[in-house]
Design a protein around this ligand. Structure first.
Ligand code: PLP
Length: 421
């Protein structure tokens, strides 16, 4: 099946007389009739549902769908995108390990790696992803165990050269993990370019309607965890009678360990109801991604022609330094998020936002409603203009997430607000 059909059909195939729509299995627990059945589940010699923290039929259907969309061997849903990245990292890394990550990753991921995981003894070096290989090589250490970046970064909108970063990681015998939240598998499939793992915040385009938080870890099944650098996978796990993940599960070792060890112990579970909402969103994802991308490109072109705008950042524009990468990795569109700098600095930015009529002021992106944010008067308001510039944020910077209202309504609203700047 093509991706449009998979978004609708994958993950759940009802038998004769069963519900056509994915059922919400609202049950924390599952009944068994013999101790032998339950023992086999706990020994991991047989699969099945026994407690919703580990697996649930509704969540399982969503996981199977996303694994298929990305071309992976398996996936694990989590309570949020933050939980997905956390679970992915701690499945492979332990205290004393080191990560190389792009400096333009999402702020939440930047804090997770740079502050919270650092506190647990997992170190990180952030790199400028535009540097040549020879410079990037300097970030690697003997204890480096992971390379990480975002296909299309939130909100920097930089495009990761996935092939180059996969080669770089593989030269050091470590995997490349790509956060594919903004692109979604409709616009880019990182596994096709050599990535080994994918994480998602499904709270964005996958849900698409701003109703459900969620995350997903997807395993390509291609990375060799028995290469000598990952004792986590090759040493016996005493909590499963000395089971060795690579021996017991082969190319599913990563995604099985993520579930039976990390999800078991940390409990960052997606709910059945939440999986249902996310699955409902996924069914129209290809239509929405095409429409978001088309509208955003038109809005970006309009902004580029406006006298009230200093600069527009959208990789779909020929003027973007990442345009060539976008043509390679995002040929079907660059999704709906744009950033631009209005004239008049901090005050100009605030005046633009306060003059909008339809577009809403929200700390969210990537859903059906056009929404916007002015970092200098909201998320970063404690910083001076100089401090803002040090973070790469102009005082007049606006983030605009182009929704699915009529294009003319979106442009008319932006135009009338720009007239007040
Ligand atoms: C929003 C976002 C996250 C965090 O996801 P939550 O679901 O909000 O926890 C991670 N990565 C990217 C790229 C995001 O946009």
């Amino acid at each position: 099946m093509r991706i449009e059909s998979r978004c609708i059909r994958a993950g759940y195939t009802p038998g004769s007389g069963e519900p056509s729509v994915l059922p919400i299995v609202q049950s924390t627990t599952f009944r068994y009739t013999s101790t032998a059945d339950v023992a086999a589940l706990f020994d991991l010699t047989r699969t099945g549902f026994f407690y919703t923290r580990l697996a649930n039929p509704t969540v399982d259907a969503l996981e199977k769908k996303v694994a298929e969309l990305e071309g992976g061997v398996g996936a694990m849903a989590t309570s949020s995108g933050q939980a997905a990245l956390f679970a992915a990292v701690v499945t492979m890394c332990r205290a004393g390990d080191h990560i190389v990550a792009s400096s333009t990753i999402y702020g939440g991921s930047f804090n997770l790696l740079g502050a919270s995981l650092k506190r647990l003894g997992i170190d990180v070096t952030f790199v400028d992803q535009t540097l040549p290989d020879a410079e990037l090589e300097k970030a690697f250490r003997p204890n480096t165990r992971l390379v990480m970046g975002e296909t299309l970064a939130n909100p920097a909108l930089t495009v990761l050269d996935i092939e180059r970063f996969a080669d770089l990681a593989h030269r050091h015998n470590v995997p490349l993990l790509v956060d594919n939240t903004f692109a979604t598998p409709c616009l880019c499939r990182p596994f096709d370019f050599g990535a080994d793992l994918i994480s998602h915040s499904t709270s964005k385009y996958m849900d698409g309607h701003a109703v459900q938080l969620g995350g997903m870890v997807v395993d390509s099944g291609r990375f060799n965890w028995a290469n000598g650098l990952y004792p986590e996978f090759t040493e016996p796990d005493p909590t499963y009678h000395g089971l060795v993940y690579t021996e017991a599960f082969g190319n599913m070792a990563f995604i099985v360990k993520a579930r039976v060890q990390i999800m078991r112990d940390y409990g960052c579970t997606q709910t059945a109801q939440g999986a249902f909402y996310t699955d409902l969103g996924l069914q129209t994802l290809p239509l929405r991604m095409a429409a978001h991308s088309e509208r955003a490109l038109a809005v970006a072109r309009f902004l580029e022609g406006s006298d009230a705008v200093e600069h527009v950042n959208y990789p779909g524009l020929e003027s973007s330094p990442d345009h060539a990468l976008a043509q390679k990795y995002l040929p079907g569109g660059c999704s709906g998020v744009i950033s631009f700098v209005v004239k008049g600095g901090r005050e100009g930015g605030a005046r633009f936002i306060d003059s909008l009529k339809m577009t809403t002021l929200e700390v969210h992106v990537a859903d059906i409603r056009t929404c916007t944010l002015h970092p200098a008067s909201s998320t970063h308001r404690q910083l001076s203009d100089e401090q803002l510039r040090e973070c790469g944020i102009e005082p007049g910077l606006i983030r605009l997430s182009v929704g699915l209202e009529h294009l003319d309504d979106i442009i008319e609203d932006v135009a009338q607000a720009l007239a007040h700047v």
